[in-house]
Design a protein around this ligand. Structure first.
Ligand code: AMP
Length: 383
């Protein structure tokens, strides 16, 4: 296994697996600091390729492409958690890779994730595994009357999951997912959802970004509010749990932990082994962004203390908004509180993440009002 011998400094070439918006913002941060970036992505063009020095258009499991990436790069990371762990292990023989394939593999499967939480005393909600219709009645009866069924792999943004109020409903959902292995979880009546982005360096030092309060619409992140409107006790617990997760994984890189807040308690929902949509606020509202930190961590540089520089509300711009009648970038461009991050995707589609905008200003309540007023101009899009 190849390990870094010394920190990588500007001028080095960094590789990223995956060519979406996370790769784009990684590449923007890295190139700003003076690194060169090589993107490996099966698509012929895309958000990351457009702003990177090299684009290798190969499937994630194509050894010829992976070999080229290893030859070009001084270190490799991923923006996409469903890259086969085997590909990361292959790369690791030739070039330093972070996060480690084992950590990525845990995050690729909801059941491996839950098992990891339980084994490491990380609080999570009650759950069980189902792999046939015959197990549904028993699984549902173990929950408290309302449950969520989720495919164990490849679900994202609310896809491959359904809230169920009866075993029959759950059986129909299970079959509609193709009777693949599923996780059944108790429905959590949470007060709110938060997430923590944590950076952990090669020496095991961690830095935690400010806790984000997240609101979803149709299973997709809609807005993040930072600082989160939670007590200092909840904040401290969220940060402690984030450190516990990162340390238990012996993680190197940037890790996102999504959590449910119930009273003063926290239950971990899921983790992502990469920067996260709910950390996009860091680009305009902390002195080092989650992408700056991703660069630093893979380069073997120390994690830095992170300070929030301004209150912020992040609004995701989905294809639904772009395609709506009255949408225009102009109003956003003219608003001095707005920072636009457009991903350069070819076509807008409903539910597709096209951009995000960070509203910053000195008064957190006013920012939320401004975002809500903005959203109110598009009836049907945000309801
Ligand atoms: P996930 O893909 O697991 O992040 O789920 C997407 C969203 O669905 C979460 O952010 C929650 O808003 C909601 N959700 C997921 N699991 C549960 C649950 N067990 N109880 C209540 N809401 C859930």
């Amino acid at each position: 296994m190849k390990a870094l011998q010394q920190p990588l400094l500007p001028g080095a070439t960094l590789g990223v697996l995956g060519g979406g918006q996370l790769g784009r913002m990684f590449s923007q941060a890295a190139t700003r600091m003076g690194y060169r970036v090589a993107v490996l992505d099966p698509a012929e063009s895309g958000p990351a390729a457009e702003v990177s020095t090299h684009h290798l258009c190969y499937a994630y499991d194509d050894e010829a492409g992976l070999t080229k990436l290893a030859e070009l790069c001084d270190a490799v990371t991923t923006e996409f958690e469903n890259v086969p762990a085997q590909s990361l292990r292959f790369l690791q023989q030739h070039v330093p890779v972070s996060p480690a394939p084992d950590a990525v593999e845990i995050a690729q499967s909801r059941i491996r994730e839950k098992t990891f939480f339980v084994q490491n005393n990380i609080p999570t909600n009650h759950h069980c595994l189902v792999s046939s219709s015959a197990q549904i009645d028993d699984a549902f009866s173990q929950m408290s009357g309302k449950a969520v069924i989720k495919t164990t792999t490849l679900g994202y943004d609310g896809k491959g999951q359904q809230v169920c109020n009866s075993a029959d409903e759950m059986r129909t959902a299970f079959e509609s997912f193709g009777s693949v292995e599923c996780l059944v979880e108790d429905f959590v009546h949470f007060d709110l959802e938060v997430s923590v982005i944590i950076a952990r360096d090669t020496n095991g030092q961690t830095q935690v970004f400010p806790v984000a309060e997240n609101q979803h619409r149709n299973g997709i992140l809609d807005i993040s509010i930072v600082p989160a409107r939670v007590s200092s006790t909840v904040c401290a617990t969220a940060e402690k749990i984030a450190r516990q997760v990162a340390d238990s994984l012996d993680y190197v890189g940037v890790l996102a932990i999504e959590m449910f807040v119930v009273g003063d308690d926290i239950l971990v929902n899921e983790i992502a082994p990469r920067p996260h949509n709910s950390g996009h606020y860091t680009i305009d509202a902390t002195d080092h962004s989650q992408f700056d930190m991703q660069v630093r961590m893979m380069c073997g540089l120390p994690s830095l203390p992170v300070q929030q520089t301004t209150p912020v509300v992040m609004l995701n711009v989905l294809g639904d908004l772009i395609l709506s009648d009255h949408f225009s970038w102009q109003a956003l461009m003219e608003n001095p509180q707005v920072h636009i991050h457009e991903y350069g995707k070819a076509a807008a589609r409903a539910g597709r993440k096209m951009a995000h905008v960070n509203f910053t200003g000195s008064d957190a309540d006013q920012l939320l009002t401004a975002v809500n007023q903005y959203k109110a101009q598009f009836p049907g899009v945000f309801s």
